[in-house]
Design a protein around this ligand. Sequence first.
Ligand code: DO4
Ligand code: MG
Length: 280
Amino acid sequence: MKIYKQGATAYIVDEGRVFRTNSDWDLLINRAELHRRLREDCSGFERVSEFDASGPFDPPVQHQELWASGVTYLRSREARVAESKSAGGGDFYDRVYDADRPELFFKAAAHRIAGHLDTVLIRSDSSWNVPEPELTLFITSAGTIEGYTIGNDMSSRSIEGENPLYLPQAKTYDRSAALGPCLCVPEQPLSMGSAVSLTILRGGASVFEDTITLERMKRQPRELADWLLRALTFPHGCFLMTGTGIVPPDDFTLQVGDEVSITIEGIGTLVNIVNQSRQI
Ligand code: DO4
Ligand code: MG
């Protein structure tokens, strides 16, 4: 089952049937046993025959915070150790990969998140920028993982590499995150065999592509959610990015006009166009 958000309207696609509702988004999604509850709700929602699943769509967020996990794949550890070596930060990334406690950080409030076919930004004071394709969990206020979406954790590697203490500036700025195209609410948890793919097009031609499966993640979704919930409550639930397993080579940086596509098997494809934040 997939829920697509367009303004105040939610479209629920369930086994080829499409339902429409203007229910409050927070109340609609923040429920344990969400798949079963939505199925029940659909009998009272309006059934529609026309629905354009190509979008654009809003991010599947209203009052939820977006958090992120870091260094959960070997590839992310390697890339970070290399980029921060001269700043003396390499050791931190090695340690957090092996530690019990994961790296978790606040990524974005709802108004900073782009949706499907929306613009994401690179900072005008950053010289080295990459997208990070990440499975993103939807966790209810009761702590249950009820859904998944695709996340793009846009990152400045030049700012993070200069000093690990600059992480919040490298990671959090306007439109530094995208989520979508939908909230996927499966009956069973998403298979860790699912593939995550990233393609970057420039002038219509591919300049980077790679694929990895979720089972290469060092941590389990439940483990990351449990650490996040240790000392935080989320009245409307929250979203949690689970880290990237794909990092383009060091000579790659995003350019204005690039099209970033992230596909996760079972969820869909999130597409965003890159622009630059205003000059300071
Ligand atoms: O440690 C910095 C951030 C790591 C990250 O965003 C990731 O591994 O995906
Ligand atoms: Mg990331």
